[in-house]
Design a protein around this ligand. Structure first.
Ligand SMILES: Nc1ncnc2c1ncn2[C@@H]1O[C@H](COP(=O)(O)OP(=O)(O)OP(=O)(O)O)[C@@H](O)[C@H]1O
Ligand SMILES: [Mg+2]
Length: 337
């Protein structure tokens, strides 16, 4: 597939609902990361353990293997979530708080964690709240004829006002490597920055989906050095959504990503890409650990929903920061599937 050069993007303008455009939040000041001398403390706090993760010496037996262990943890986590959040009002309500507007980057703890589906959900919720939304994928790799690109998936599920891919490369590699292999022009940092800022002039919310995880080489700077999605966040001075898995291994990957963002001064929130229909012990334990950072959690299967159902459901998967209605994780856990 031929790459789409940044100079000649082909924006997909959908005639979305006519809404009164809200003021576009100006992008924050440019924050270039300096050399990090003192690493920030680890971001993810370690709350009191909800349950013993391993049996205490002398207790013997593997408690986690017992079939009712997950159920017991579920109940204990629910009790903890109830203690962390206020009792729900009779009807869902929006919590007062700053909503994320302007430019928001969507990264993940890895590839295939659900960045595209989460981007679509945020776009759908924001549009339902009356915002004009643009979605940009700077570097789409691994393009296969007949398989929808990320932007095409977002277009189908959420139909934002604008959805653009800046460059496509056929090989399923990081964008810079894919550009080199195909001998195509790599993404240039400031051309990407300019394209994103141009959309921010015309939209209330611009969601930018990365490729793979935070530190994947995306393209080149004018100096010829590689730049990453973290560099894009600091250059734009904007907040970042970190999409994470719900299962085993996610705590380490999420903590690493949040720490990398925190040491660069980038505000971040976490969204679980796919919460299983039948959560196990590990999912409840991870949820309990990640709740302080959570700004959303999508049910597994969300990506396969009919678009109308997806759009109506999306606000129920996101907190008010992301234009949704979750104000109580216990209620969410009861209702998500
Ligand atoms: N909540 C969900 N419901 C259903 N399917 C999902 C969900 N989240 C992710 N998936 C599926 O998992 C796969 C990976 O999701 P997705 O393409 O959103 O990941 P990604 O993080 O955007 O990956 P990439 O790094 O390639 O952009 C896809 O097949 C997608 O349909
Ligand atoms: Mg994607």
């Amino acid at each position: 597939m031929e790459p789409k050069p940044i100079a000649d993007p082909a924006p997909v303008e959908e005639p979305g609902p006519v809404v009164e455009p809200l003021p576009v939040v100006e992008p924050g000041p440019v924050v270039e990361p300096g050399p990090v001398v003192e690493p920030e403390p680890v971001v993810v706090p370690v709350p009191d353990p909800v349950v013993p993760v391993s049996p205490a010496p002398g207790e013997g037996g593997n408690e986690l293997a017992q079939p009712d262990a997950a159920e017991q943890l579920h109940e204990e986590v629910e009790a903890e979530l109830a203690a962390q959040a206020p009792e729900p009002a009779a009807r869902p309500r929006r919590v007062e708080g700053p909503e994320w507007r302007g430019i928001v980057l969507v990264t993940g703890t890895d590839t295939d964690v659900g960045k595209t589906i989460v981007t679509a959900a945020i776009a759908a919720a924001a549009q339902a709240a009356g915002l004009r939304v643009a979605v940009i994928k700077p570097g789409q790799t691994g393009t296969v004829l007949g398989v929808p690109t990320d932007v095409e998936q977002v277009q189908r599920l959420a139909a934002p006002h604008t959805a653009r891919t800046l460059a496509t490369y056929p090989e399923p590699l990081a964008p810079l490597a894919a550009a080199k292999v195909a001998e195509l022009p790599p993404l240039e940092l400031y051309e990407v920055v300019d394209a994103i800022r141009a959309e921010a002039e015309r939209h209330d919310l611009v969601l930018v989906e990365g490729a793979g995880g935070l530190l994947v080489p995306m393209g080149v700077r004018p100096s010829g050095e590689a730049w990453t999605f973290a560099d894009l966040a600091t250059t734009l001075g904007v907040s970042t959504v970190v999409v994470a898995r719900a299962g085993l291994g996610t705590l380490n990957h999420t903590a690493l990503t949040l720490e990398a963002l925190a040491r660069r001064g980038v505000p971040a929130g976490v969204v679980l890409g796919a919460w299983p229909a039948d959560p196990e012990l590990v999912h409840w334990a991870n949820l309990s650990e990640l709740v302080p950072h959570l700004v959303g959690a999508l049910p597994d299967g969300a990506g396969g929903m009919e678009p109308g159902v997806f759009r109506r459901s999306a606000p129920g998967w996101l907190t008010p920061a992301l234009h949704g209605v979750i104000d109580n994780w216990r209620t969410w856990a009861d209702e998500v599937h």
